[in-house]
Design a protein around this ligand. Structure first.
Ligand SMILES: [Zn+2]
Length: 470
């Protein structure tokens, strides 16, 4: 019996239910597909598109579903008329529960028609995939948020907790304006919430349609850039001396390469390495579990650090990314500069990172300076069982036998801005992607049709559960 139930679970995991083709859609699914199509076909790239237009279209959908104008706020900043967004509110019945927030970015990475196989702004269904810029990042989820609110309204569902939705621009380029940052700074009351749901989590297939894992993103690293500078009086290159700005900087960079920041676990990564290690059936998995149990296990640390993404989850990393120096081929260099990009784990900040770099270089003549536009330091959200448990329950229902693994992003997302104003933000599971990344930010972006529809059902259930819990 036990064997049979396991194989049944495996079969379910292999073939997650969901419509494969357009003609099999229920009316509500067809409506959702049309909304998703409209969103993908609305160019929202920073080069040629308009988030403002997409925000207006999403507001129109909510108005048609019965939302009052007073519950819809279209916003934009005068200097950047194309970078607008939308905040919608579905009031809850409880006076004591704080609202929850659904976050999504409307903008997409630029796409050039001549580089793509198909028109990036035409929504094309082919071989079980939807193609088009934004199909994966992140218009499936944005369409799902809008569709979920519209369905709740039409069904007369009154959540206990007020549900807010913020659709913003500028997550991808940030060139002109980051909408989440702007809302946090200028409309904190409008988006105030106990927690937020965002992109960053989700399932991963084996590349052949089987969902192997589901992830919930809980926390991320911060991005900090430093400049190492050496200076020297210089002189004629025909009479060189050992004291040389370029050599001095080179020595510092060699030490930087050798330096490894200490392993620093947090609640999320401890659970991640234990669970993701257990899901693997190899030596790396064994080492991941051993290290989660004992962070001082040097042998396990060496194995896990050999994987570049696991290494980045274990510790702060700093790497030389740009280099300049000297001013003439026949002169001793008066100045040399290296740009060093660091990804800082929660619990550390620019000051502690800088102190570690200065100590690792051990040369007071190398000036180490923090540079660049600063995002706030990421505040790690708690592994809150009120969020994790309902997500686990739904993963067990939709993907029997598939583990839900908390992950920490090694990049930085809009969650940084919400965390800084006291809104812990979770990247939710549900829909899934393939190991090749689905062309996200690249060419021929695509999302599996089943992933879109199952993800929609999953998130509808998750938002309902979280908004209706006491
Ligand atoms: Zn995104």
């Amino acid at each position: 019996m036990r064997l049979r139930s396991i194989s049944l679970a495996l079969m379910l995991a292999l073939n997650v239910s969901g419509p494969a083709r357009a003609q099999e859609l229920r009316p509500d699914q067809a409506e959702f597909r049309a909304l998703y199509k409209e969103l993908v076909e609305t160019d929202t790239s920073v080069a040629t598109g308009s988030c403002t237009l997409a925000a207006e279209k999403m507001a129109a959908h909510l108005r048609a579903a019965g939302f009052a104008d007073s519950d819809l706020t279209l916003f934009k900043v005068e200097e950047f008329p194309l970078d607008g967004g939308l905040v919608a509110v579905l009031p809850g019945t409880s006076r004591s529960l704080k609202p929850m927030l659904l976050l999504g970015h409307l903008d997409v990475v630029n796409a050039r028609r001549e580089d793509w196989e198909r028109d990036p702004y035409a929504f094309i269904e082919e071989n079980g995939y939807f193609y088009g810029r934004g199909t994966s990042d992140m218009k499936a989820m944005v369409a799902t948020w809008v569709d979920t609110l519209a369905r709740f309204k039409k069904e007369g569902f009154k959540p206990r907790r007020t549900i807010k939705m913020a659709l913003t621009c500028g997550e991808e380029s940030g060139a002109r304006l980051n909408g989440a940052e702007w809302l946090a700074a200028n409309k904190p009351d409008l988006i105030a919430a106990e927690f937020a749901l965002n992109e960053g989590g989700g399932g991963r297939t084996d590349g052949k349609g089987t969902v192997l894992t589901q992830a919930i993103q809980v926390g991320e690293k911060s991005n900090r850039t430093f400049e190492f500078t050496t200076t020297n009086p210089g002189g004629h290159s025909s009479t060189p001396v050992d004291d040389n700005a370029i050599y001095e900087l080179s020595d510092a960079l060699v030490k930087l390469r050798a330096y490894k920041f200490p392993v620093r676990f947090n609640d999320t990564t401890r659970v991640f390495f234990a669970k993701a290690g257990a899901a693997r059936k190899d030596d790396l998995g064994v080492a991941m579990m051993a290290l989660a149990k004992n962070p001082a296990d040097k042998a396990a640390e060496a194995v896990v650090s050999g994987d570049r993404s696991f290494n980045s989850m274990l510790r702060t990393t700093c790497v030389a990314t740009m280099l300049s120096g000297g001013h003439a081929s026949n002169a001793l260099p008066q100045r040399a500069t290296a740009t060093v990009n660091c990804r800082v784990v929660p619990g550390e900040d620019a000051d502690t990172t800088k102190a570690a770099l200065v100590a690792a270089i051990g040369d007071p003549k190398v000036d180490v300076k923090l540079v660049g536009r600063l995002r706030p330091v990421a505040v790690p959200p708690p592994l809150d069982p009120r969020i994790i448990k309902p997500a686990e329950t739904l993963v067990a229902k939709y993907f029997p036998g598939v583990p839900l693994i908390p992950t920490m992003s090694t990049g930085a997302t809009d969650a940084t801005y919400l965390g800084a104003v006291g809104i812990p933000t979770y990247g939710v599971p549900g829909g899934w992607g393939d190991p090749d990344g689905n062309g996200t930010h690249g060419l021929n972006e695509r999302r599996e049709v089943k992933s879109v529809f199952v993800g929609r059902d999953f998130l509808y259930d998750l938002v309902k559960a979280l908004s209706d819990a006491k």
